[in-house]
Design a protein around this ligand. Structure first.
Ligand code: BTN
Length: 238
């Protein structure tokens, strides 16, 4: 059993594992941490109100954690990004994190993370949803720059092994306190000049650091240092 959650609920099909978990807390006033996994999602949600494509070849699950003083939703977001990159590295896939938490292999997205904070009876929970493209051979034509483990390695991978491998990495990361340093190591643009849109304008910047609340410190080409939050910056990886 994974240390972070003591109940796993499996569905063959569900609209969205994030939505299900949120409704469990809101309707039943639950207090435990849960993992919800679905073989197929019909209404998967991504960040910025986008849809998330997945099918039975994808790994889609969500877990919940009660937020306490030493753990905010940004810490969880970094933990999960790092766990996914390390999990992929176990399969010889050297992925990077596109700030804040998109997982890319070369120029293509392979996994996404959706974190949502809810309040139930004076407690705060973070619902973390993960979508990993595993054995997908193709994607809808409307989706460009996406890939899967199968497309990279040309072999099928067991989804259960990935699922338990992921939580092993999460447990390991939670037991070490080097989170920010480890996270930035895999960050696309860390100390390297990369293109981005900052408040709608094209810039080339280097990421210098990230803080405990998810603010980035960036260095622009004309040597000015800015502190930015993720709503205002969008990195261009393609
Ligand atoms: C993104 O990159 O935009 C985030 C994608 C998150 C998708 C996962 S799949 C499991 C969970 N349930 C959802 O509806 N979304 C997340």
């Amino acid at each position: 059993m994974h240390k972070i959650a003591n109940k796993i609920i499996f569905f063959e099909s569900l609209n969205s594992t994030n939505d299900y978990l949120i409704s469990l807390y809101k309707e039943l006033n639950l207090r435990n941490n849960f993992i919800v996994i679905a073989d197929r999602q019909h209404k998967g949600r991504g960040r910025r109100k986008k849809k998330w494509f997945s099918n039975e070849d994808s790994l889609t699950f969500s877990f919940s954690i009660e937020l306490k003083l030493n753990m905010n939703s940004w810490h969880l977001s970094m933990t999960v990004s790092l766990a996914l990159v390390r999990l992929l590295s176990d399969y010889n896939i050297q992925a990077v994190i596109k700030y804040p938490n998109d997982i890319f292999f070369k120029k293509n997205k392979i996994a996404g993370i959706l974190t949502e904070v809810i309040s139930v009876q004076n407690r705060k929970y973070c619902i973390v949803g993960i979508g990993l493209n595993v054995n997908n051979k193709s994607f809808p034509v409307s989706l460009s720059n996406v890939t899967s483990i199968k497309k990279i390695l040309s072999v099928s991978i067991n989804k259960d092994s990935l699922f338990s491998g992921f939580f092993k990495h999460v447990d390991l990361i939670m037991n070490h306190n080097n989170l920010i340093n480890d996270y930035v190591t895999y960050l696309y643009g860390f100390k390297k000049l990369i293109p981005c849109l900052y408040r709608g304008s094209f810039l080339r910047i280097k990421i210098l650091s990230v803080d405990n609340n998810g603010f980035l410190q960036i260095l622009t080409e004309n040597s000015s240092i800015k502190t930015v939050r993720y709503e205002n910056i969008h990195f261009l990886i393609n």
